[in-house]
Each structure stands twice: as C-alpha cells, then as structure tokens.
Design a binder for this molecule. Structure first.
Ligand SMILES: Nc1ncnc2c1ncn2[C@@H]1O[C@H](COP(=O)(O)OP(=O)(O)OP(=O)(O)O)[C@@H](O)[C@H]1O
Ligand SMILES: [Mg+2]
Length: 235
C-alpha cells in the first residue's frame, strides 16, 4: 500500500452525478506522482476527494496505512497532509509573511525555523515578505501557496497545477523547487497541465479521462507510450 492512497474512489459534488469513477491515485515515500489529463477530466476532483472535500461513496483513502476516508480536510491536515488547491490558494490582501503564518495555523510550537526553511527554498519571498501577496507575479504567488502548505511540516504535499499561468522558465524553476522539496523526504502528488514536462520528473503518472484512470505507469513509461503521446502529449 502506498503512503498516500486514494483507492477506487467514486463520487461527485453534493447530490450531483458522480464525477470520479473507480479512480485511483497514490504516492509513495520518495516519489513525485503526477496526474494529467484533459480539462474537466476530474483531476482537481480527484485531489479534493483525497483531501476530503468530496462525497466519496465508495473507495478508500489511506495515509501511512491509516484509513482516513471519513476525516474532514482539517483533520487530514492534522494528520500531515498539505494541499495547495488550483484556485484561491493565497490571501491576496495579506502580506507574504502573514500568508505563511496563516499556513502554520495548526501549530502551537515555534514555527520560525520552518519559515526560515521556506525562505531558503524561495529567497524571493524573503525579499518580499512585507508586500501584499496580491502584488506578486504568478510564479511568486505559487511559491507563496507552496510555502504556506509547507508551514504545517506536512508528511505529504498535494499540489493542483502549481505551474498554472507561468512562463516556461518559471515553470522549470518551480519544478526544480518541487524536486528539492521531494528530496527532503516529502512525497508529492500533483496535477499538471504541462504534462510532458511533469511526466519527465514523475516517478509515477496517472492519465485521467472522464473521472477514470486511462493510463498508469512510471513517468518514463507514459512518455514512451504511443497512445498517451498521441492523445495527451501532442504526438
Ligand atoms: N464545485 C463543483 N460542483 C459541481 N461540479 C463540479 C465542481 N467542480 C468541478 N465540477 C465538475 O467536475 C468535472 C471535473 O472537474 P475538475 O475541476 O475536477 O476537472 P480538471 O481535470 O481539474 O480540469 P482542469 O484541467 O480544467 O483544471 C467537471 O465536469 C466540472 O464541471
Ligand atoms: Mg483542475
């Protein structure tokens, strides 16, 4: 069993139709796992299901061997999950530093060391720590969002499109930082629109189509699969 496991998840929003159909995503220690697929495939929905924001009426979510299927998102954070959603992932009217402090909301201990680690990882945030997050560039905002999630010292990090809307150079930089985080021992489960680049750094990849697993393999395997290339990677 993987460290974080969303296994055979079926469910949708409220009383609406099922969006996920027997969908499985997982990540192990030391790994980066990447979810790709077309717009509307259910990638964000799968992330929300793993984080406890969805009615999953069948399937199981486990973290480090423990069944957490019934836990609230807040309780999952307490258990060690960090989640950066696709949208509204920072407080724009607060400063960078206040965003990081908000990230540490569950902590009662001194979190100044963690903040220093976040500033080491993203030095630009230290320079801009007293600026409103809303004044930052897209790539810098994403750094705030990831930094905020790191403030709880998560055991696993989930990122929904961390490179959305940034230039290729900034994307490469963000991927380098994400690899750096994974090397500190935090497994990463992320959704990416930049499928090819993301699969290049992925230990494990999932292609989702219409809420179901279409292809699963190592990043290398998926990049080499002619069907995956033709349908999802532009040939
Ligand atoms: N809050 C919601 N309430 C009801 N339906 C929703 C909600 N959010 C998403 N959906 C529906 O769920 C389906 C999957 O959406 P989802 O956001 O998971 O796709 P995605 O793969 O993340 O797409 P994108 O690449 O555009 O981010 C879509 O049909 C969408 O309309
Ligand atoms: Mg999405």
């Amino acid at each position: 069993m993987s460290f974080l496991n969303g296994q055979n998840m079926t469910g949708g929003y409220g009383k609406g139709p099922d969006i996920l159909h027997d969908c499985t995503v997982a990540v192990d220690k030391g790994e980066i796992a990447v979810i790709v697929g077309p717009n509307g495939a259910g990638k964000s929905t799968a992330m929300k299901a793993v984080f406890g924001m969805l009615n999953v009426h069948s399937g199981v979510v486990t973290l480090d061997g423990e069944d957490i299927t019934k836990l609230s998102p807040q309780a999952r954070v307490q258990k060690g999950m960090g989640f950066v959603p696709q949208t509204s992932n920072i407080f724009t009217s607060m400063t960078v530093e206040e965003n990081l402090e908000m990230g540490a909301f569950i902590r009662t201990d001194d979190f100044s060391d963690t903040m220093a680690q976040v500033y080491d990882l993203f030095p630009i945030l230290k320079d801009k720590r007293h600026q409103h997050a809303g004044e930052l560039s897209g790539g810098q905002r994403q750094q705030v969002a990831v930094g905020r999630a790191l403030m709880t010292q998560p055991k696993v990090l989930m990122l929904d499109e961390p490179t959305a809307g940034v230039s290729p150079i900034v994307m490469d930089e963000l991927f380098d930082r994400i690899i750096e985080v994974s090397r500190t021992g935090i497994p990463i489960l992320m959704v990416e629109q930049n499928a090819r680049q993301a699969l290049e750094i992925a230990d494990k990849g999932y292609v989702l189509v219409q809420g179901a697993n279409a292809y699963t393999g190592t990043g290398k395997e998926l990049l080499a699969d002619p069907e995956v290339r033709k349908s999802f990677l532009g040939g």
